[in-house]
Write a protein that binds this ligand. Structure first.
Ligand SMILES: [Zn+2]
Ligand SMILES: [Zn+2]
Length: 253
């Protein structure tokens, strides 16, 4: 048995004819040198062969396109090139290939939007911004959501993103920070009064929880609600960052 013609075509198309490890073309000097390498070997005592559960050995899912050199490396070093590692190499390679060659206007607009957003929003400083939670937050934390709406004005028709996964991850981020903004600002806000629970510091750059003004029970409750919201912010930050690094490598975060 071997890979079906359909699966082989899929493997080659998604890898764009390049070794998934070194990105060299598998058609070189007029010769085809590509190899459809098994991730889980055909034989049970072959490379990674013991991992087979319900793996369909002769499927696209169980193959990775490699040059002859890397095929032999991958099969010699099965402790290093584990099943999970090979699958992640393949996923990253395929994502990078499609990212680099998608020159459609839609993608260009998304990239411009993302570059503008990451440049001005302070996205990269989110871990710092949340680092002193739940007692202290910088006033600038509002920029995470504010710059999203500004970028939407500067780049009309980009949002909703054509990339559904990106759209979902971005909205989760914005929702999480909106929730945090609400908790910090409350319903009323002017320069001195943030909410019943938070005040702006005398220097004007931090929002501080007024613990001594609040009862202990109330504080415990508030802190636990806040840390739930902050966790969501962290998670959405990590997930969006990971997705963009993997799928939009040309964007500077
Ligand atoms: Zn290679
Ligand atoms: Zn092999």
């Amino acid at each position: 048995m071997s890979l079906s013609r359909g699966d082989e075509r899929k493997l080659h198309a998604l890898s764009q004819g390049k070794c998934n490890l070194c990105s060299r073309s598998v058609f070189t000097c007029g010769t085809y040198v590509g190899e459809n390498a098994h991730i889980i070997a055909f034989r049970i005592n072959g490379p990674r062969g013991k991992n087979r559960n319900n793996t369909n050995i002769d499927s696209y899912e169980n193959h990775i396109l490699l040059c002859p050199f890397h095929h032999s490396e991958v099969d010699k070093n099965q402790e290093y090139f584990t099943e999970d590692y090979l699958l992640s190499i393949k996923r990253d390679h395929e994502a990078l290939m499609s990212a680099c060659t998608d020159t459609s206007l839609g993608r260009k607009n998304i990239v411009s939007f993302l570059n503008a957003y990451f440049r001005y929003s302070g996205f990269g400083r989110i871990p710092d911004m949340l680092g002193r939670s739940p007692r202290i937050f910088p006033v600038g934390i509002g920029s995470i959501t504010d710059f999203f709406y500004l970028a939407m004005k500067d780049f009309p028709f980009v949002v909703p993103f054509r990339d559904i996964e990106l759209h979902h991850l971005f909205y989760t981020l914005i929702q999480s920070f909106e929730e945090l903004n609400c908790a910090l600002r409350g319903s009323e806000h002017n320069t001195h009064f943030v909410s019943h629970n938070f005040w702006i510091s005398p220097t004007g750059d931090n929002i501080i929880l007024q613990e001594n003004e609040l009862s202990e029970d109330y504080c415990i409750n508030l802190r636990s609600n806040l840390s739930y919201v902050v966790d969501r912010c962290y998670r959405s930050f990590n997930e969006l960052g990971t997705y963009i690094r993997r799928n939009y490598p040309e964007v500077i975060i």
